[in-house]
Write a protein that binds this ligand. Structure first.
Ligand code: CA
Ligand code: CA
Ligand code: CA
Length: 849
């Protein structure tokens, strides 16, 4: 059955809400399965594996049975799990089958643990005001999983803080901070984690740790005092345990669990679950607007996100805030209906006609937003926190200070060893049968403990994002030459001081930081590395001062673990270097080296000269290497060729040698014909280097892009491309707006300036789910917690840019604003940060003219 037929068949069984409301009090309304294949009633949705566990990053807390109670996804991970408090790299069940029976209002999934040949069926059935959830087995629980396999459901801790619970009537307060209890467990009781890695550092001791229940009962009532969060769970047999996963991992959730009955088949666990719903509940509208404010000349659109049960209002008002606190209605704008996108409906209010500088807020019904400025200088400083704070904090191999605070000591001075062969690692790293490097597995590669950045909320140096970041910073330097200097960087002392000018432009100092690492990689290995990352999982998930991730002492196998002597150590904690031979990423590294050589000329001449020489050598080697033929179709085709295209252009601009420019000319047109979207930015940036006819020859591709853009702009009310992948799409929005900037510069009659600022409006708060700025500490209200390396403190790093709105299948846009640990929504990356600096600086220049 095609998906759409299925959807129509299901729609026929969906009872219209209006009928239910007329017949019964709203809180007794039954759940029904809607056309989008999840259970729904007003104030509650129950998802049953509409999203699946991820084979690459494992438990992302976005799969299983999940509750969306009063608009908030409060519970996830409802499934048969093998641990009381599953961690990210614990085994996840594979979804083997999913079927929907509208007659019995049941969604049933078959879950499989391949390693144990263990299948279970999990059935969720609408029942009373809530649902039943039952586990069925055709074969008993395997012996190895007795006492391990259980029915789990996880609740987001931050939604239950300052709340209480009742376990069989016995009261308790949800622990604000993990407070045990835990117990030591012998290694033989441990269920194998991903690829045999361990999240737990035994540190020379024998036992690992398990969480024990905080409370036990037949009936658990979560948050009885809060009608928005109250959930009653009753267990048909056995007992319910309430556990706190944060005792083992900071990103753990509260877990309700029942062990499966063993040595039997049929129904081995059953709960009845009743999440309370508030009669007639309607989600509060989200008024999307720019928390940074607006330049007087730019479009000013508020996009207002509404519950589908909400009645749209006719108008929204722009209030001017006067010095005496009085608020005057400056403009009453029509709230134009936009229609439906995902699960919400939208109206748009346009305040563009207001150009008077001042402070304003938006009023929609009873709700008013925070204040924001309209002023000519709103973009002047928006990129400073990213350059002043975020980039310094990400600097590897450096001690980073800020006033009274030390962000981290100088880390990873024991970098790095050649990674072993034939190894499946975590975080996407792996090796094959050869090293592609002059070094033997386990051998020290000298000179790598220099420069570079932690690529994201983890602490590895990732080749691809590293190269892209260097190239992006060079683009900013060459387009705008920002002399901004608020940071002291002393490479000789490995010392960085935030908010302390040293007479040198910070952008150049960051380019140097990136180039030092790149040059070290090409000097020793001859190509861009895939990355430098921890050898052990229990170090990789490190949270805290980066300089304590390894012991900073060179590994010496003749010493015992935890023994150190003469600056060497017997603990094998030096990071590993992954040296995959990928032409695409190598060309990206070559392009970055060539770009850096230009920017560093006159600033660090020896490094600039070495970067160019290394780039030319590696380019010649890569061209001579008989690699696999590049794919001519599909995603890979546009991508792979683009890398060489960009490298050739960077080399041409750096060396002014004709050979590179000719090669660019050879590559650019086929690349544009294959996939103009990918190649267009590179192609338009080449205009100054090319002959007179080039600009005219490129124009039809820009016209085609413009036509495609018109269709894209209508796909959602925000008028930017919103990605739907497992990692939210702010980086794509930044890339899109940046392409628009370059196109606007070359073809202003085709691409208007509003397509540049709209990308920033989106980042700064005009987006789904909430209206915080996605750039921490930029705008009046911004992401005040995120997946930076300080996430355990529920904190942020100023200037970091988060991935943004994750669209959970089938229709739930989410960006958690009280829980930092979902990387797909909240993890800062250096790539997004560097490209954000360019875009913000571009908008400042563009509107300042
Ligand atoms: Ca990483
Ligand atoms: Ca400086
Ligand atoms: Ca070490």
């Amino acid at each position: 059955m095609a998906a759409s037929d299925m959807a129509r068949a299901l729609a026929a069984f969906t009872i219209p809400l209006a009928l239910c409301a007329a017949g019964a009090p709203a809180q007794d309304e039954p759940l029904t399965i809607n056309a989008r294949q999840y259970f729904e009633k007003r104030g509650l949705d129950v998802l049953v594996f509409t999203n699946e566990y991820n084979g690459m990053f494992f438990d992302e807390k976005t799969a299983g049975v999940e509750l969306i109670q009063h608009g908030v996804r409060t519970a996830t991970g409802g499934a048969v799990r093998l641990s009381p408090t599953p961690e990210q790299w614990d085994q996840i069940p594979k979804l083997a089958a999913r079927k929907i029976d509208p007659q019995t209002s049941t969604i049933e999934v078959t879950l499989r643990y391949e390693a144990f040949d263990f299948d279970s069926r999990l059935a969720v059935t609408a029942d009373g005001a809530g649902f039943r959830i039952a586990v069925f087995l055709d074969k008993p629980v395997p012996d190895a999983l007795e006492g391990h396999a259980g029915l789990n459901l996880e609740f987001r801790p931050s939604q239950y803080w300052e709340h209480t619970y009742l376990a069989d009537g016995k009261p308790g307060i949800f622990p604000r901070y993990p407070a045990g209890p835990t117990t030591p467990l012998p290694p033989e009781q441990r269920i194998r984690q991903f690829e045999g890695f361990s999240t737990f550092d035994l540190h020379g001791h024998k036992d690992y740790v398990g969480a024990l229940p905080v409370a036990i009962g037949k009936t658990l009532v979560l948050a009885p005092e809060d009608p928005e969060r109250r959930v009653t769970i009753r267990c048909a047999s056995g007992e319910l345990q309430l556990l706190d996963g944060r005792n083992l991992a900071q990103n753990g959730w509260y877990i309700v669990r029942t062990l499966l009955a063993t040595k039997t088949t049929g129904k081995v666990a059953e709960w009845s679950v009743e999440p309370h719903t508030i009669p007639g509940w309607t989600r509060t509208p989200v008024i999307g607007f720019s928390q940074v404010g607006y330049h007087p000349s730019q479009p000013k659109r508020a996009v207002i996100e509404l519950d589908r049960n909400d009645t749209p209002l006719e108008t929204a008002s722009l209030l001017e805030i006067r010095p005496d606190g009085q608020e005057l209605e400056k403009l009453k704008a029509k709230a134009e209906p936009w229609g439906r996108y995902l699960r919400y409906s939208y109206v748009v209010a346009d305040f563009s006609s207001v150009r008077d500088p001042g402070l304003y807020r938006i009023q929609y019904g009873a709700q008013t937003t925070g204040a924001f400025p309209i002023a000519p200088d709103v973009y002047d400083r928006v990129w400073h926190p990213t350059l002043d704070v975020f980039f310094p904090v990400q600097m590897d191999h450096m001690f980073v200070n800020e006033a009274y605070r030390v962000w981290h000591g100088a880390p990873h001075l024991d970098d790095a060893l050649q990674a072993p062969l034939n190894e499946q690692h975590f975080d996407g790293y792996r090796t094959g049968a050869v090293t592609n490097s002059p070094y033997k597995p386990g051998e020290r590669i000298p000179g790598l403990a220099v420069g570079g950045w932690f690529d994201a909320g983890d602490f590895d140096i990732q080749g691809g994002s590293h190269a892209a970041t260097v190239s992006s910073l060079v683009a900013t330097w060459e387009a705008f030459h920002p002399q901004h200097d608020q940071t002291l960087v002393d490479q000789a002392l490995r010392f960085v001081d935030i908010h302390r000018p040293d007479g040198k432009p910070d952008v150049l100092q960051q380019i140097e930081q990136g180039a030092l690492q790149l040059a070290a990689e090409y000097r020793t290995i001859g190509r861009l590395v895939r990355g430098i990352v921890d050898s052990e999982l229990h170090r990789y998930h490190h949270l805290g001062d980066a300089s304590t991730q390894t012991d900073n002492l060179l590994y010496d196998p003749s010493l015992e673990p935890y023994e150190s002597r003469d600056g060497r150590s017997g603990t094998p904690d030096d990071r590993w270097v992954y040296t995959d031979a990928t032409p695409f990423s190598n060309y990206a590294g070559i392009g970055a080296l060539a770009a850096a050589s230009r920017a560093l000329r006159g600033y660090n001449d020896p490094l600039a000269a070495e970067c160019l020489a290394l780039a030319k050598k590696a380019y010649a080697e890569e061209r001579a290497r008989p690699g696999p033929p590049a794919p001519t179709t599909g995603f890979g085709a546009g991508f792979g060729q683009l890398a060489e295209l960009t490298a050739a252009l960077q080399l041409a601009t750096a060396s002014r040698e004709k050979e590179y420019l000719d090669r660019f000319g050879e590559l650019v047109w086929p690349a544009l014909d294959r996939n103009a979207g990918f190649a267009l930015q590179a192609a338009v940036r080449a205009i100054p280097s090319m002959d007179e006819g080039y600009r005219a020859k490129l124009r039809p591709y820009v016209e085609k892009y413009r036509l495609e853009l018109d269709g894209m702009l209508k796909q959602n009310p925000y008028g930017v491309p919103i990605g739907t992948g497992g990692w939210a799409g702010n980086a794509q929005v930044i890339g899109w707006a940046t392409t628009n900037y370059y196109l606007h510069e070359a073809y202003p009659e085709l691409v208007g300036a509003e397509l540049v600022t709209r990308g920033l409006d989106y980042l700064f708060g005009t987006h789904p789910a909430h209206n915080y700025s996605f750039v921490s500490a930029v705008g009046n209200r911004s992401k005040h917690l995120a997946y930076g390396n300080n996430r355990a403190d529920f904190a942020f790093i100023a200037g970091g840019v988060v991935p943004g709105v994750l669209v959970l299948k089938p229709d739930y846009p989410e960006n958690m604003d009280d829980w930092p640990f979902l990387w797909g929504e909240n993890e800062y990356t250096i790539g997004a940060a560097a490209s954000y600096i360019f875009l913000a600086k571009a908008a400042q220049e563009l509107l300042g003219r």
